[in-house]
Design a binder for this molecule. Structure first.
Ligand SMILES: Cc1cc2nc3c(=O)[nH]c(=O)nc-3n(C[C@H](O)[C@H](O)[C@H](O)COP(=O)(O)OP(=O)(O)OC[C@H]3O[C@@H](n4cnc5c(N)ncnc54)[C@H](O)[C@@H]3O)c2cc1C
Length: 443
């Protein structure tokens, strides 16, 4: 697509994550390829990795270089354009967004600041961790908000293991100990994944480390149970499983401060840990607070109407983690499942908008929650309406069936962005090459 052949209606999507990439792909196939609209996806990164995989990247059980998808290629295959860069501002009168200059690792600018026009703008830039003002978090914790952070975590983890294995003197206090603040899905899944990958690393030859003796993984949650957003039965089953694999779990424990040595708990107790992870909550990226007077809530999320249009502007939509959306059942949760459903709705909304028809409203359907505990197990519930029943009763699932259901979530995302043939080929290629490479990424 060149500028001279530009279709009349410009749809600009900012953020190519779990939600934005699915939307760009579907709109590209339905409208872009037929030149019924011009679809542009803007992302701060050049490649996409489904965010729920980040804890596996951090633990080394997934090699992100093999699973990431290149936006330029996806755009070429699916009828949309890709523009690299981070959203900086919006001019609602001029119908333009400004993209910050792109700089390389040495700080040299290789793409200058520029503007992109829109007739419909969709913002889907996700979320980042929320430190709730606890001192020391930003300086001394690692986060799992982005691919870079997950890569950095993995690099630091490997270095810690290499250093401990090369050391002749006994391990220091807190050495090879990992403390995770926040026992939501991210913290819980990371704890299990780390327990498994550290055990596997030792099998690869880090023979001076005894996992049961040297590696300590501590999960600390401020509320009275882990996975506080999920049904109690899932919390209880997951808690038991974590303890059975040697993860120490503390609930009802507030972290007061973080230092370079560990977490200080509210009662004065100290958890010494070489690696400290903050996974205690989310907030929206700061850039949203100053987008030409678009309303945000206390977490900085753009407030949207049930049509997913921002409160102040009919031409601007927002969805996924960066949006605050109410529906009859409450607040739409910040989950890949919600972003996936909202992307599907927005395909219809934008088609209706082009045809001058009324927009549909978003109703979130909770199909259940699944928690993946690495190779150990998976736990969760599937809602009755997924199983073909009318009443939304929850069916508790555990073990291989839950794991299969969990894996299918990623496959659904791959199907949405890669299509059936590429997803099948990708899955087959993965199965075929599995035995020719180490189970863990060790570099
Ligand atoms: C470890 C982990 C495990 C999880 N497990 C699950 C799970 O099992 N099930 C589930 O439902 N959810 C899970 N989640 C939550 C899920 O990942 C998010 O809810 C989902 O990714 C939100 O989708 P999104 O499209 O709103 O944002 P994201 O998927 O985060 O995508 C945001 C995109 O915006 C881009 N971006 C950011 N800022 C800018 C900017 N200024 N300009 C341009 N581009 C920008 C980013 O590069 C990214 O591509 C998990 C999250 C984590 C971290």
């Amino acid at each position: 697509m060149s500028d001279s052949t530009r279709a009349a209606h410009r749809i600009t999507i900012v953020g190519g994550g779990a939600g934005g990439l699915e939307l760009a792909t579907r709109l590209g196939r339905r409208l872009g390829r037929r030149a019924h609209a011009e679809i542009t996806l803007v992302d701060a990164r050049l490649t996409h990795l489904w965010k729920p995989l980040l804890h596996e990247v951090a633990a080394g059980s997934l090699n992100a270089f093999e699973d990431e998808l290149n936006y330029v290629a996806l755009a070429h295959w699916n009828g949309f354009r890709f523009r690299l860069g981070a959203l900086e501002s919006v001019d609602r009168r001029a119908h333009t967004i400004t993209i910050a200059p792109s700089v390389d690792e040495q700080g040299r600018e290789f793409i200058p600041r520029r503007s992109i026009g829109y007739d419909t703008l969709v913002i889907a830039i996700g979320s980042t961790s929320h430190d709730f003002g606890v001192p020391g978090v930003a300086e001394h914790c690692m986060f799992l908000d982005s691919r870079e952070q997950a890569d950095r975590f993995h690099r630091d983890l490997l270095r810690a293991v290499f250093a401990a294995n090369a050391q002749s003197e006994p391990l220091r206090e807190g050495q090879l100990h990992i403390a995770i603040a926040g026992a939501g899905a991210t913290g819980v899944e990371l704890a299990a994944e780390l327990r498994d990958s550290l055990r596997a690393m030792v099998e690869y030859g880090f023979d001076r480390i005894v996992p049961q003796r040297d590696v300590r993984i501590v999960l600390i949650e401020g509320r009275d149970r882990i996975l506080p957003g999920l049904p109690e039965r899932i919390s209880a089953a997951t808690h038991k499983l974590l303890e059975s694999i040697g993860v120490e779990v503390y609930t009802g424990e507030r972290i007061e401060a973080v230092t370079a040595q560990g977490f200080r708990r509210a009662g004065g107790m100290f958890v010494a840990a070489e690696i400290r992870v903050w996974a205690a909550g989310i907030k929206a990226p700061a850039v949203l607070a100053n987008l030409d007077n678009l309303d945000v809530n206390h977490l900085g999320q753009l407030i949207v109407r049930p049509t997913l249009q921002t409160r102040a502007d009919d031409h601007i939509f927002a969805f996924g983690d960066c949006a605050y959306c109410l529906y009859a059942g409450g607040v739409v949760p910040p989950r890949a499942q919600a972003a996936h459903q909202q992307a599907a709705l927005l395909v219809r909304s934008i088609e209706n908008r082009l045809a001058g028809k009324p927009l549909p409203v978003f109703v979130y359907r909770d199909y259940g929650s699944l928690i993946n505990l690495s190779r150990y197990s998976a736990v969760g519930n599937l809602m009755g309406n997924l199983m073909g029943r009318k009443a939304p009763t929850a069916l508790f699932v555990e073990g291989w069936f839950a794991r299969l259901a969990y894996l299918s979530l990623y496959k659904l995302h791959q199907l949405a962005v890669l299509g059936f043939v590429r997803t099948a080929l990708e899955t087959l290629a993965n199965l075929l090459t599995q035995r020719s490479r180490p189970r863990l990424k060790l570099h």
